[in-house]
Ligand binder design. Structure first.
Ligand code: CP
Length: 313
């Protein structure tokens, strides 16, 4: 597949993408990575293009890395704040989007608490829509940056043992990651308490286990997930101390994984609940590399969806 074969208007989820499209996104991100290493971190690629960032849920990493990616590509950005918009006066999300569309943005990046909102928006606006996280459904750019980080360290995905541990039920990160890693040939295990394991998770392409030890045994990659208390209607475990005793990652427990294991976490981390501080900051951790790679991956997504590569034909 060549770069010129990318024709999608939107990036709504990993479920829609072929393995070749995923590899293309990762290869394109590789070519943008060095921009962030330059003294002057800017290229003119998206000069004259406008990107609207619509975040209806809190975000540190995704929002700031999209903004940085847009600036490094020389795009013009509008950071839309729902708290100071017509939404607080009762305007609907669709009307808000149509009004923004009337100002002719090229791309809209959206995070929303309800699954499917980016899909609904994509049908109504001419701008390309990028899903920056929709409820517990998908977080495609997170899975892409995770894959980019894994590829840097492990070279590829075929037969790689990847274990994802934590609140599987409420995680959009796990859903996008399982879909992506399965498409690229990795062997994915998900682990967590039964109260945090969705029914039918195997259908996505993962093995489900209920013991941390079993998940860690022989793993090449361990990805720890945050317990998402804000998405739980009732507590899925008795206390943070009990959760840490059963599913918290410690140095001693990590020894069950391969000697060259890499440790990942999408953030934000709950230190002392799903992960011990010394492991999060320790020699196997690539957590801050994930954040750095997020900029290159989002530059690649913005570039391909903008269609500028087709204009050069
Ligand atoms: N990984 C992630 O989505 O982090 P933020 O919520 O800070 O964007």
């Amino acid at each position: 597949m060549t770069e010129l074969s990318w024709t999608r208007k939107d990036l709504l989820g990993i479920a829609d993408l072929s393995a070749a499209e995923i590899q293309l996104l990762l290869d394109t991100a590789e070519s943008f990575r060095e921009v962030s290493l330059r003294p002057i971190k800017k290229v003119p690629t998206l000069r004259g293009r406008t990107v609207v960032n619509l975040f209806f849920e809190p975000s540190t990493r995704t929002r700031s890395s999209f903004e940085i990616a847009e600036k490094r590509l020389s795009a013009d950005s509008l950071n839309f704040s729902s708290a100071t918009s017509g939404l607080v006066k009762g305007e609907s999300l669709v009307d808000t989007a149509l009004n923004l569309q009337a100002m002719s943005p090229d791309l809209i990046v959206i995070r929303h608490g309800h699954p499917g909102v980016p899909h609904m928006l994509a049908k109504r606006v001419a701008a390309g829509v990028i899903n920056a996280g929709d409820g517990a459904h998908e977080h495609p750019t997170q899975a892409l940056l995770d894959a980019f980080t894994i590829r840097q360290h492990k070279g590829g995905f075929e037969g790689l043992k990847v274990s994802i541990v934590g609140d599987i039920e409420h995680s959009r990160v796990v859903r996008s990651n399982v879909l992506l890693l399965h498409k690229l040939g990795a062997e994915v295990t998900v682990a967590g308490p039964r109260t945090m394991m969705p029914v039918g998770v195997e259908a996505l392409g993962a093995r489900a286990v209920y013991s941390l030890r079993e998940a860690l045994e022989g793993a090449d990659v361990v990805m720890m997930l945050r317990v998402q208390l804000e998405r739980q209607s009732q507590a899925a475990f008795p206390s943070a101390r009990e959760y840490f005793e059963l599913f918290g990652l410690t140095q001693a427990r990590l020894k069950a994984a391969k000697r060259d294991v890499i440790l990942m976490h999408p953030g934000p981390m709950n230190r002392g609940i799903e992960i011990a501080s010394d492991v999060a900051d320790g020699r196997y951790s690539v957590i801050l590399e994930q954040v750095a790679n997020g900029v290159a991956v989002r530059m690649a997504v913005l570039y391909l969806l903008s269609g500028v590569h087709r204009e050069a034909e």
